[in-house]
Design a protein around this ligand. Structure first.
Ligand code: ATP
Length: 982
């Protein structure tokens, strides 16, 4: 069907897609692209967007206008929709085949205003972070007045809308203003496509084409689908949650384009962006998506050449290479004009992007000790890689590197431009992924329901690799009823069973109870290969190594191993890798557990190396397990894969899997190994407890968990024996357990609650700055009865999480304090807190700072406050309570005989709010601190507070910094009342 027909047929859907949300952002993004591709001219844009019309009539005008411009315009319109709409909105829409590749129908821009149009999408992105500075530059040049600036900065606009207003104003002012704006921007930030393309010689263009097509071919399928061709990345890709590190509340939803974009830049001098995330959270897949979209010319359009590298493959490169050889040998060989091409790359670093996937899989740890800056001189690959990342070699080329967090050393952090953390799927993302995976909606619904019914599994499915396994093994999942997976070992045993099941002749249908025993030889062979790989940080296996481990054709056919993907010739048939590295760890763990001739000290050493990483202690000890010589070229860092392996070892040796395994290994051996694991876990925990310092007088006894604490807890969880969990914390005597910045997500919450619920006496559990989310909150509920305080600042929690927390919390006698600063809470959550305050007369502290609570929320909260006879601390800093809300709260609290501390900092409170609060001060006999900084209280409000303080003796401090008072007023008022702090 032609594009014009597609636009016509899908008019309703297209209209809805741009007008259904509350925001005009999607429409504006489509307009930006159409302007930049020359489909719309400036006048068209004004006629569509200029007048204040409802969103749907703007969109209708756009559809009419483009339709009238003919086939090419319509096909670009569809391409723009395809680029702008989120995956969830694309279902059912057809976008035709047009792929705009850096095109501008009008050719090279010749004026500054034309550049503003052709570069509009990039400018919108880039100027978002430097809006204030840009306005200053325009102000200074006399192109803008301060009134113009204020209009651009009106708070009703989103940052992108502000930039668009700025660009529109500059366009109105003409060439002069446009030139100032472009002069102000660093040159590499603006791509003037005509200019770059003119510089690209025929050789370069040919090479770009070849590179694009090989990247496209390689990025088309996901390797976990084993090249079955069942799903292309387009079919299955589901957006994961991304976060800037350190977390930045101002930046909410981060998109793929922001990975390389300016947002979140910490170090302007550095060129390397780190994408970090735990195993299987989707780092490689995200990079693959980036590659695919670049190759199609829909993302990173300013990048002319993108060179993707796999650290796994680079590890295998033993030759010394020059940079030129590295690029051309490992990515794409130029058929001609190599020198000219390489010179172009050297001359235009800002048009080039290198990506390095899986730095944690690189055999050497990052170091900045050896300098190498000559692009033509040969050097060992680690030297090239580390110097590229530092920017010593090819400064200015942008680099994106993915890695698990533990493998990122402080030395590397110094060279990072920014860090983006991949958190995995949201709950909606899980459902979306499952639906993409199953074309039959009935099956998809059953899988989604069964995942949602099992909260432990739901927690696991936030990690895409588990979500993939669960979707793939849906028959096993749906068939296991009550016994559905709880642990990651359960999930991986399920995948094992699934792959063997595929080999069972149809007439037998299901595997017997002894399925593992039946396939033992295969499992042992694969296990040996896997373990050899882990011990040498080797994840790609040449034929010789496979032969050495006795891997047969039949073993390969099972599907756990796949051909290695290679950029230069899409598959390399001589080398294999496991479907996913976590599967390799699983096989390695099986080998350790089942190996009849294994060395007795392997398990203690495996755990010891993770509990107490000592310099020089690495995975070499594993060699004793398989006992043969390997090249001495290992990653000497402690590797997170060992931790994953140890978790599987714990899970496999748990009582619940004993029956399955005892058919393949003598029961006494399993028993003995399980005891070894238990001993290691118990010693590991004791060692942590020993690190707890004695409390200083007046302070609580608290423990800040070391990174391996969470891992130990997860190993205990894998064992699924409550007695073990009980014993593990029997001797833990702390009042406060601190687990801030520990990457605690839903999976970790499940394990923590499983163990901590057995604590003898209540603790304060501090989980600030993690990724707990609503599902994590639900996972924590089993241990809520032993928490007197729960600190969940900065954890992406919404009202729904609070509903569940409160529902359980009102029945927990010990639970008395909650801190939820910086989450996603709205007025809705205050209804739940009101209920908590009504139902629980020993609740002491609620802190809800930096959320989205308005005067409406204050009204709900007030209902509960009126009943509370216990609340001492109420923190609402950084919300939008306003005067009305302050009045309501003050009224509700006026009879409180328990309130000690109250904060309404930065809440838009003015004089009438202050007057109401003064009444509260007048009556209260318990309040000691009132925090009112950063509001808009002026002299009149303060007078009321002073008068109230005259009759109050309990209040020690009223904080009033940053209000509407002149320095003279501040001086005078502080002399009158010393308890006021300005
Ligand atoms: N965004 C996504 N959409 C669809 N599937 C995904 C996505 N992310 C990950 N997956 C699935 O999870 C699997 C594992 O993801 P991936 O290999 O990208 O994780 P990773 O973070 O790179 O893992 P590791 O650190 O262990 O190498 C993928 O092969 C794919 O099946």
């Amino acid at each position: 069907m032609c594009a014009q027909q597609l636009v016509l047929r899908q008019r309703m859907e297209l209209l809805r897609a741009l007008s259904c949300g509350a925001t005009a952002e999607p429409l504006d993004c489509v307009l930006d692209l159409l302007l930049s591709w020359g489909v719309l001219v400036w006048e068209d844009y004004q006629s569509v967007r200029g007048l204040a019309k409802p969103l749907c009539s703007n969109t209708r005008d756009l559809l009419d206008l483009v339709y009238s411009k003919g086939e090419q315009a319509c096909s670009l319109l569809l391409a723009a929709f395809n680029q702008v709409l989120p995956e969830s909105q694309k279902a059912g829409l057809c976008f035709g085949k047009c792929r705009p590749v850096g095109l501008n129908a009008k050719g090279t821009p010749t004026t500054a205003c034309q550049v503003l149009l052709s570069d509009r999408p990039i400018l919108v992105r880039k100027l978002r972070d430097r809006l204030d500075d840009t306005l200053d530059a325009l102000l200074e040049a006399g192109c803008f007045t301060s009134k113009d600036c204020d209009e651009v900065l009106l708070p009703v606009y989103t940052p992108s809308q502000k930039v668009r207003r700025l660009l529109d104003q500059v366009m109105f002012r003409g060439e002069g203003a446009a030139n100032v704006l472009l002069r102000y921007l660093p040159q590499e930030d603006i791509t003037t496509p005509g200019k770059e393309e003119k510089q690209l010689s025929a050789e370069c263009l040919l090479y770009q084409k070849k590179l694009r097509s090989s990247v496209l071919a390689q990025a088309h399928f996901l390797s976990t689908y084993g090249g079955t061709g069942r799903f292309s990345l387009d079919d299955i890709y589901t957006e994961s949650l991304l976060e800037l590190l350190p977390a930045d509340r101002a930046t909410t939803a981060l998109g793929l384009e922001d990975v390389v974009g300016l947002v979140g830049t910490l170090n302007e001098e550095a060129d390397t962006v780190l994408v970090s995330g735990e195993a299987g959270t989707g780092k490689s897949t995200l990079l693959q998506r980036l590659h695919l979209l670049w190759a199609r010319g829909v993302l990173l359009t300013e990048i002319l050449l993108l060179f993707p590298f796999s650290c796994r493959k680079l590890s295998a490169e033993k030759r010394a290479l020059s940079l030129k050889e590295l690029l051309f040998l490992h990515c794409c060989w130029p058929d001609r004009g190599q020198d000219e091409l390489f010179q172009f790359i050297l001359d235009h670093p800002h048009l080039v992007l290198f990506t390095f996937d899986g730095l944690d899989e690189f055999r050497k740890s990052f170091t900045d000790e050896e300098r190498h800056c000559c692009p033509t001189q040969q050097a060992p690959v680690p030297v090239l890689l580390f110097n590229l990342l530092q920017g010593t070699l090819m400064k200015g080329v942008r680099k994106v590197v993915t890695s698990r967090p533990h493998a990122v050393s402080p030395a590397l952090k110094r060279y990072l431009r920014k860090e983006v953390f991949v958190k995995g799927f949201s709950p909606e993302g899980i459902a979306c992924f499952v639906r993409k995976h199953h074309s039959d909606p009935t099956i998809a619904n059953r899988v989604v329901e069964s995942v949602q019914a099992n909260t432990a599994l739901l927690g696991l499915c936030h990690i895409p690799v588990f979500c993939w396994i669960v979707s793939k093994c849906y028959k096993e999942l749906l068939g296991c009823g009550e016994g559905s997976p709880q642990t990651i070992t359960d999930v991986y045993l399920m995948v094992l069973q699934h792959f063997f099941q595929r080999r069972v002749p149809q007439e037998h249908q299901v595997l017997g109870k002894g399925w593992l025993q039946e396939h033992l030889e295969t499992v042992v062979r694969l296990g040996r290969l896997a373990l050899e790989g882990v011990e040498t940080s080797c994840y790609v296996f040449p034929a010789a190594q496979m032969q050495n481990c006795g891997i047969t054709e039949q073993d390969i056919k099972l599907g756990f191993l796949i051909h290695c993907k290679d950029l230069s010739d899409s598959t390399d048939c001589s080398r294999y890798e496991f479907l996913h590295i976590t599967l390799q760890c699983f096989f390695a763990a099986i080998h350790i557990v089942l190996n009849k001739h294994g060395n007795r000290s392997v398990i203690p050493k495996l755990f010891e190396s993770q509990c107490r990483p000592l310099p020089g202690l690495n995975c070499m000890f594993l060699r004793q397990c398989i006992n043969h010589s390997v090249e001495d070229d290992t990653n000497t860092e402690e590797t997170p894969n060992l931790q994953i392996m140890a978790k599987f070892v714990s899970g496999l040796l748990s009582q619940r899997h004993r029956n399955l395994l005892s058919r393949s290994c003598p029961a006494v051996t399993l028993e003995w190994r399980a005891k070894q694991v238990l001993k290691c876990l118990s010693t590991g925990m004791q060692r942590h407890f020993k690190t707890i310092p004695r409390p200083v007088e007046g302070e609580k006894k608290s423990m800040h968990a070391m990174p391996s604490f969470v891992w130990l807890i997860k190993c205990i969880y894998e064992m699924q024996e409550s007695q073990i969990a009980k014993e593990a914390v029997a001797k833990l005597e702390v009042e406060h357990l601190k687990l801030t910045y520990c990457n605690i997500g839903p999976v970790e919450c499940t394990a923590l609650a499983y163990v901590l619920q057995h604590l003898q006496s209540p603790i304060g559990l501090q989980l600030d700055c993690n990724t707990v989310g609503d599902v994590g909150v639900e996972q924590l509920l089993p241990c809520l009865h032993v928490c007197h305080s729960l600190y969940l600042r900065n954890n992406n929690i919404s009202d729904e999480g609070i509903r569940k927390l409160v529902e359980k919390g009102i029945h927990c006698e010990n639970f008395k304090k909650v801190a939820l600063f910086n989450n996603k809470l709205t007025d809705e959550c205050t209804k739940h807190f009101a209920w908590l305050l009504k139902s629980k007369q020993n609740f002491l502290s609620i802190r809800l700072g930096n959320n989205n609570i308005t005067s409406q929320g204050a009204t709900h909260l007030a209902e509960g406050l009126g009943y509370s006879q216990s609340l001492q601390y109420l923190g609402l800093w950084g919300n939008k309570i306003g005067d009305k809300g302050a009045e309501t709260l003050a009224e509700a609290l006026k009879d409180s005989t328990t309130l000690i501390w109250f904060s309404l900092v930065d809440n838009g409170v003015g004089n009438s709010g202050a007057r109401a609060l003064a009444k509260l001060v007048r009556r209260s006999t318990t309040l000691t601190e009132l925090w009112l900084n950063q509001n808009c209280i002026s002299r009149d409000g303060v007078e009321h507070l002073i008068q109230a303080l005259e009759v109050n003796s309990s209040v020690k401090d009223v904080w009033l910094r940053g209000n509407n008072l002149s320095p003279e007023e501040v001086e005078e008022l502080s002399l009158r009342e010393s308890r006021l702090t300005f």
